[in-house]
Design a binder for this molecule. Structure first.
Ligand SMILES: Cc1cc2nc3c(=O)[nH]c(=O)nc-3n(C[C@H](O)[C@H](O)[C@H](O)COP(=O)(O)O)c2cc1C
Ligand code: SF4
Ligand code: SF4
Length: 437
């Protein structure tokens, strides 16, 4: 059986599945239920500084988008950090850690961007016996208006400064949680690295408005006729999160920096993909909020089964395995040729591939052949774009088949070259031409 025990910056957990800082980790009651269900660790709902806690709205704090089957695809929230007393949280964290010593208990923190505030909170968190801290530089609403959360996460200099303060004032491992509401994720990651962070975690939520009520003309979720942007998460954000994880994993300045992957993870496969791109473990929020804590059992069993099937003995065998295969567009092999192929037995003759290719691609799929409704790829026109695969409602019905080296590409009239050739040396590339002259 594959060994899925996780050691993330020295924090050990029986599996790589942690709950992200959010409502699932808001209090001992939830965390205990999560541990009973099998979660390897939690990042406790973000704590603020001593004093009166923040207040949340008293109406809808969530918005969503759904697929055609009403499956939740994206969740938006306008919730703030914990609205419970600091001392209550600290007491519960201490007790939970004592009772569950084999699970990871990391505490998320967000206090004003002054050294005194960080110096004050770090020892009291350390005293709970927590395994580490996560710096919340990500919340994109409410807290950011008060100069915290993403207001810090969007300024690399601030990130570096706060990480330095934390590293100087605690012995706990520091995980810096990044906001995706930024143009180039490598900049905040580099800043956290420069400040001495032990790891980064990402992504926090994305600025969003999920809907507008067309009777009241108010954004949703609506509070007394008004709405504000919230933070977007769930399956819809996974591609954005994975790209950001890969960007950090392959950046020369941050290569090797441990990453905790977050964003839309719902299944073991999602988790494995994040880890393959360089995440040392993963955190989950929306999936637990949608399906409950027991989904972790599916994740554990699925990951173990897949690893057994593929002969991966431990997580080290998969973490970062896909990172070297992420490259810039300019290095893709322009001599690689693939063509769409339709499995006639699987085809239900709905015509979607034809209309997509006919109207918006390369007019490479028939609709009628000899007066009969028939969908077939015209190889001489197909550019291998993959659009038909993506719009076909029958999974596996259309596949992309690479042409073998030497085979004739009927579209170009040339055989497939064995030579790898990319844009950097292509004759149409003005830069390459200039360099050659
Ligand atoms: C209702 C809600 C509250 C959240 N509160 C926090 C928070 O207090 N601190 C934090 O770092 N992230 C917070 N998050 C962000 C999550 O930890 C996580 O980064 C994000 O939801 C992406 O993961 P997911 O797609 O699995 O949900 C919150 C998310 C939701 C949905
Ligand atoms: S791969 Fe693109 S060009 Fe080829 S048949 Fe499909 S949609 Fe048309
Ligand atoms: S979209 Fe798929 S099922 Fe529909 S006609 Fe094309 S190949 Fe057949």
């Amino acid at each position: 059986m594959a060994d899925i025990r996780n050691n993330f910056v020295g924090i050990k957990s029986p599996n790589p599945f942690w709950l992200a800082s959010a409502p699932p980790t808001d209090k001992a009651y939830n965390v205990i239920r999560a541990f009973q269900a099998g979660w390897g660790g939690v990042v406790w709902k973000t704590l603020g500084e001593e004093g009166p806690p923040v207040v949340n709205v008293n109406g809808p704090r969530y918005g969503a988008i759904w697929g055609a089957d009403r499956r939740l695809l994206g969740l938006n929230n306008i919730e703030l950090i914990t609205d419970r007393e600091l001392q209550t949280n600290l007491r519960e964290i201490k007790q939970v850690k004592q009772d569950w010593p084999d699970r990871a208990v990391v505490v998320s923190l967000m206090v004003p961007c002054v050294e005194e505030s960080w110096k004050a909170i770090l020892p009291v968190v350390e005293e709970t016996g927590a395994d580490g801290i996560e710096l919340n530089f990500g919340c994109p609403h409410g807290m950011s208006e008060r100069g915290m959360g993403s207001a810090v996460g969007q300024v690399p200099e601030y990130i570096e400064m706060v990480v330095r303060w934390c590293k100087a004032n605690t012995r706990m491992p520091v995980i810096t949680k990044l906001t995706p509401n930024i143009t180039d994720i490598r900049k905040p990651a580099r800043a956290a690295h420069a400040g001495g962070t032990d790891a980064v975690s990402l992504i926090n939520t994305i600025n969003s408005i999920t809907g507008v009520d067309l009777d009241s003309f108010a954004p949703q979720p609506t509070i007394d006729g008004k709405g504000s942007h919230g933070g977007y998460c769930g399956p819809a954000v996974k591609p954005i999160a994975m790209n950001m994880v890969a960007e950090i994993a392959r950046d020369a300045e941050t290569r090797g920096l441990p990453i905790s992957g977050i964003g839309g993870i719902t299944t073991w496969r999602d988790a494995a993909e994040f880890m393959a791109l360089g995440a040392g473990n993963v955190q989950v929020c929306t999936a637990a909020m949608t399906y409950g804590f027991k989904i972790v059992q599916e994740m554990i069993a699925g990951l173990e089964n897949w690893m057994d099937e593929k002969g991966h003995a431990s997580l080290a065998d998969i973490v970062g395995r896909a990172t070297p295969n992420v490259t810039d567009w300019q290095y893709l092999n322009l001599n690689y040729v693939a063509k769409a192929h339709i499995d006639q037995d699987a085809c239900i003759k709905c015509g979607r591939c034809h209309i997509a290719c006919e109207d918006t691609s390369h007019q490479a799929i028939t609709a009628m052949v000899d007066g009969v409704r028939h969908f077939e790829v015209i190889e001489a026109e197909c550019v291998g774009c993959n659009l038909c695969v993506n719009v076909c409602p029958v999974e596996g019905c259309i596949t992309m088949e690479p042409l073998a080296v030497g085979a004739m590409d009927e579209r170009t009239g040339k055989p497939v070259s064995p030579v790898y050739a990319n844009w950097t040396t292509h004759p149409n590339n003005p830069m390459a031409k200039a360099a050659a002259e």
